[in-house]
Write a new protein. Structure first.
Length: 60
């Protein structure tokens, strides 16, 4: 059975899967060369941790 998505905000900071540092913020970069719009990047090791297909509400 798949896990359920929680409907409340987490009260902890996640860790980068590459450098294992605490992610207090996530950097993003807009891209046009591939079929996605945003790369989500760890600010400490600068490795990609995700890809966004459309602009999220928290990206201004």
């Amino acid at each position: 059975m798949p896990a359920k998505l929680a409907s409340r905000q987490a009260e902890y900071d996640p860790f980068c899967p590459h450098c294992e540092e605490k992610l207090e913020e996530i950097h993003w970069r807009q891209i046009e060369a591939v079929n996605a719009e945003y790369l989500l990047v760890c600010p400490k090791c600068r490795k990609v941790i995700g890809i966004g297909v459309r602009k999220a509400a928290w990206i201004n």
